[in-house]
Ligand binder design. Sequence first.
Ligand code: SAM
Length: 280
Amino acid sequence: MTIKEALAHAAKRLAAAGVEDARRNARLLLAAAMKAPPGAHLADDTIVDDDAAARFAAMIARREAREPVSRILGRRGFWTLDLAIGPDTLDPRPDSETVVEAVLARVADRRAKLRVLDLGTGSGCLLLALLAELPRATGLGVDRAPGAVAVARANAAAAQLGGRAEFAVGDWTRGLSGAFDIVVANPPYIPRAELAGLMPEVAGFDPRAALDGGVDGLEAYRAILADLKRVLAPGAIVALEIGAGQATAVKELVNHAGLSIMEVRQDLAGIDRCIVATGG
Ligand SMILES: C[S@@+](CC[C@H](N)C(=O)[O-])C[C@H]1O[C@@H](n2cnc3c(N)ncnc32)[C@H](O)[C@@H]1O
């Protein structure tokens, strides 16, 4: 079988399964199945050998079942990092880079010895992106899911950031002491009743604990904000990711927690995505 034939067949199957951008998905998976280096050109008439064809068939079957390409490959690019992901981590979203940008825009001295806290760290994406930009900062990533903490720790080591990043299994700030200069969080914020209606790629593969924001989608914000001030250094920057339409409600919770709102930052689609506040 040639690459052209393999792609045509796979793209047809994926399109029939309702996968958007079926041909591009097939191409990405075929490149991985053939162990081609990133960006390599695959000529249409190249023969796909039997081992690669078997790997490709298994990948296409998973994608047909609506597993995202990133989960099939086990990796996701975020900011400047190439991160591993797993069953216990959210697949990091490009929108979450808004949180990183929002914090960096407020840091006066990028070479300062800052302490960073990432609540609900998942793959570690927010903490590791910040540490990559703040060369003397150190940080702690907390997550309730032990499997996520293990992946985040491995990502830190792979990015040569393990010496400045610690990770712990925990319930938001419970039991934490210390004064953090930067706190970021992308908490679960989908209202529970909406979970079943999410795209199959999300509903079937992102961990429920990473999505479920309780009845109104705001439970995690309430829990985080109840104790956040206690762990803030003077003048700390707090950046919370929010879901579409949640800005007014989360701003109210942030004000109620005694923090001062500095900005509501939008993502590339123009949707309010991050509340930046200060406190401590
Ligand atoms: C939306 S995901 C965000 C993951 C990652 N920060 C990102 O942006 O891709 C939310 C994370 O919060 C974690 N989480 C949920 N409840 C928690 C709690 N009570 N304490 C700590 N982490 C929690 C979940 O396990 C999940 O990893």
